[in-house]
Write a protein that binds this ligand. Sequence first.
Ligand code: ASP
Length: 623
Amino acid sequence: MNDAQPSLATPYRTHTCGQLRVSDAGGPARLAGWVHRRRDHGQLIFIDLRDRHGITQVVIDKADAPDAHATASRVRSEFVVAVGGEVAPRLPGTENATLPTGGIELRATSVEILSEARTPPFYINEPDAPVDETLRLKYRYLDIRRQPMTERLQLRSRLVQAIREVHHRNGFVEIETPTLIKSTPEGARDFIVPSRLQPGAVYALPQSPQQLKQLLMVAGMDRYFQIARCYRDEDLRGDRQPEFTQLDLEMSFVDEETVMAFVESMVIDVSRTTAPDRPIAQVPFPRFTYVEAMDRFGSDKPDVRFGMELVDLGNRLVGADGVPASGFRVFDDALTSGGTVKAIVAPGMAGISRRELDDLTERARRFGAKGLAHLSLEVGGEIRGPITKFLDEDMTRAVIEGTGAGEGDLVLIVADRASVTADVLGRLRVELGERLGLADPDVLAYAWVHRFPMYQWDAEGERWDATHNPFSGVLPEDEPLLTTTSGDPARPSPEDPAGRARAMQYDLAVNGWELGGGSIRIHRRELLELSFRLQGQTIEGMRERFGAILDAFEFGAPPHGGIALGIDRWAMVLARQTNIREVMAFPKTQSGTDPMLEAPSAPEPAQLEELGLRFVGATGKGS
Ligand code: ASP
């Protein structure tokens, strides 16, 4: 709500429903909006009139305005009405401190029904009433009338406005790129659109404008940004949708530091403008290498609002000769076979019940662990837990000491392959952090993770796959590592030095969510060629997928790099939500459908014919 919005006056209204104050008392006003609530006291009818700016109490007195009173007695919830009259201070004692307009009411002399309404399928005037999400999506226009959605969409609008302003202030050019393009793979499945004019050919919807923004750098646009719609045909989760919006940007003549510095200052500026009540936990944002993030938090999108970091117990579990000798086979086997044994400390949880422990173990199993060991350090100093049967007392003490646990704390231990140990403890850490109230819901804890590995070994394809983007650059000091033990980049193996090369890739996390990521790109053709060959591709093979950009790189490509941040996720975190659907006007359900528009739907037979298409073996709506 904003008092300074006189321009919202129209022939239907002089003010919005959130605008009138005691200082307006004595003057005339006309309001238009939806009937939020109506209370009929016989002689007096009260209407709470609502628009997206707020609610104003309207009172119609039969003695003063019999016609208006007669009309008001016909209105029902969600009717659209226009009312006119005089602004009056409320009687002392009847003010409503919870409403910005609560000091006044409009004494109406005219009431006009602009539109009638059926009884809505759910209460619009009870923002906290639980409503089935499918019903909300089917009647999204009614759901958006409810205060929480109204506020969230307005917050999102402020977010995008703030983003645009910072970029324009910093010399960026906003450029739209097309939606009907050729595939730009980001690791997901493409949505495709058959072409009528080119029978047998398809467009792909962009998974991101990646190639186009790089081409804009070759075009000399230097600093580009876009609020870009992206499409990825993946299985949906709470924070995924088939179409979503990215803040996409790219800059020329930059290194990693330049991009990260701009993005960091932009994110701070945008956060403070959009959500001034949310403190930013740490500035400058903490930076972790990928290895460090995995070691300490078991995640490449660490929630740094709280500690509870993973502790490596490996060196506590070995004998003087360095050989694993804890006495507990699960630990020793994990270490002997090159795995890790790590722990987290859950403060104050030593006393949890058997059932809660079983529950934690079950969760750990679901996350991929074979089991979950625990030790509780009771108040008084006694250490309990089934594994004390196997570890001798000194070893048990050493383990507890290694974790830094205090009296009353619970130590949870996973022994497995390094990646499993990290992932399982990382997830338990996040769950327990929430459960124990360690993660302050108010703060925004942004954190960078960078120095990702360039490649991961694809055992099936016997090649190195780019971990992020085939154009991500290698750290200059790691460039010599882009070799294979065979000496031939076309004959890679998992032992290649290339597996140790680190990318100039940086991801930004907030409160444990991945907000986005980007990289400095390879702009030199010979390096790109080498990187492609390690990925089992030839320039010719890549030309099929990335022809335009490979051509463009022969015409003078500036060093460049960029990033993309998920706007839906950002808005979600700023709005204190955990599901991006809550910050999207018209999202899809988990199964990718829109219950309001009933999309997707079967095409007209004529459409299929025009496109020269036939569905084969389809059983859904399209058959
Ligand atoms: N195109 C990348 C993505 O969508 C972001 C980038 O590297 O700029 O994740």
